[in-house]
Design a protein around this ligand. Structure first.
Ligand code: PLP
Length: 414
């Protein structure tokens, strides 16, 4: 690279990723093929519109690559329509809201402190000023069971146009059939925001909401799905809805699509269609369960009592007297990256909550199995219990570096 300054930052980030363990559940490592497509000459091209209906000329290859991405996405999630143009998860969600509703309409989503995402109507977002958000919650935070009875009651009273399933910090599988039944009863469209678990669904390690009557699945492409940073909107079979979504994404909400990213999405979806991806998806869950078991054995309180997906939520404050922020900082010191997280009904504040959230997608991509994951969990707990002991922290850091070295980030998965 001629720009030595930026090159230095890229190399630094490369080294950081290689030497540390990434436990942030929304992060992953993409293949060299995805990086190559993402860094390709498609970045030079304007392609406003959709394949076969563009506003500019020169679309021979952009049309082909976008059609391929759509075809692969539909195969992967077993649906009829896909829009691969959203720049990221949040734009996918917002465009979908605009496609289906008028300002002032009501959306029902997971309570934010119980696992819902910012785009599900957090008061700091602009969409919370445009649409009216109402909530459902867990009935029991120690099992993760959703209060479906209350959900039905509130839905009947408030008549939401959209019911959203999906989360960024929740560790159980949702009862999709119940969501669909409630949506049907009140005449709402039912949507899964699968940003976190799309890879598990695509890899058939988790249930597919489309099999339970869901109308739409929204997702990012860069979390468990292991593609470039981006968004994706899938519609099961309703052409009218799919057309509204296409219009809402472009020209309603975005301008030109990022064709380099769409090419990289096509590559990632191709990888996700291979048998190796199914093995990866199943291993993610086995690994998360192995880590959860170690925490439980050490009597650390887990939200939802354990995990069915890629993620674990631990109440480190009530169990160990270490705050989420302290835990994040001290684990960073030993080469483990994760994030502090509010737990359900957290008595503490967002900038220093009671919990931590961690997950296994990235380390599973590196080749970690249950044994290594259990070891990492033990090292995490040892660190948290000895957060002021320099010697122990140095020893743990050394072990983490050794593990990272033993499992280099792979360049390809198929
Ligand atoms: C990550 C996430 C998003 C947003 O994705 P971005 O690509 O960061 O915009 C939306 N919904 C859920 C549930 C998420 O976890």
């Amino acid at each position: 690279m001629r720009d030595k300054l930026v090159e230095k930052f890229i190399k630094g980030e490369e080294k950081r990723q290689a030497e540390g363990l990434e436990l942030i559940p929304s992060e992953n490592y993409v293949s060299q093929d995805v990086l190559t497509a993402n860094g390709s000459v498609f970045t030079n091209k304007y392609s406003e519109g959709y394949p076969g209906r563009r506003y500019y000329g020169g679309q021979d290859f952009t049309d082909q690559v976008e059609r391929l991405a759509i075809e692969r996405a539909c195969k992967l999630f077993n649906c009829k329509f896909a829009n691969v143009q959203p720049h990221a998860g949040a734009p996918a969600n917002i465009a979908t809201y605009f496609a289906l509703m008028e300002p002032g309409d009501t959306i029902m989503g997971m309570d934010l402190s119980h696992g819902g995402h910012l785009t599900h109507g957090h008061p700091v977002t602009y969409i919370s000023k445009i649409f009216r958000f109402i909530r459902y919650k867990m009935k029991n935070v120690d099992t993760g069971e959703i209060d479906y009875d209350e959900m039905l009651e509130v839905a009947k009273r408030e008549k939401p146009k959209v019911i959203m399933a999906g989360f960024s910090a929740y560790t159980r599988e949702l009862d999709y059939a119940k969501f669909s039944a409630i949506a049907k009863e009140v005449g709402a469209i039912v949507i899964m925001d699968a940003a976190h678990i799309a890879g598990l669904i695509a890899g058939k390690a988790a249930k597919n909401p489309f099999d339970y009557g869901f109308d739409i699945i929204l997702t990012t492409t860069h979390k468990t799905l292991r593609g470039p940073r981006g968004g994706l909107i899938l519609t099961r079979d309703n052409e009218e809805i799919a057309k509204k979504i296409d219009k809402a994404v472009f020209p309603g909400f975005q301008g030109g699509p990022l064709m380099n990213t769409i090419a990289a999405k096509a590559v990632a979806f191709g990888e996700a269609l291979t048998p190796a991806f199914k093995i990866y998806a199943a291993q993610i869950i086995k690994n998360a369960r192995a880590m959860a078991e170690v925490f439980k054995r050490n009597e650390i309180r887990l939200l939802c009592g354990g995990t069915d997906n890629h993620c674990v939520l631990a109440d480190v404050y009530s169990s160990l007297g270490v705050t989420g922020k302290e835990a994040q900082t001290v684990l960073d010191e030993v080469g483990i990256t994760l994030n502090m997280n509010m737990i359900a009904d957290d008595p503490r504040k967002p900038m220093d909550p009671s919990g931590i959230r961690f997950g296994t997608p990235a380390i599973t991509t590196r080749g970690f199995k249950e044994k290594e994951c259990a070891r990492v969990a033990e090292l995490m707990i040892l660190t948290l219990k000895n957060k002021d002991n320099k010697k122990i922290k140095e020893a743990v850091h050394k072990k983490i570096k050794q593990l990272a070295k033993k499992f280099p980030i792979p360049k390809s998965f198929v």
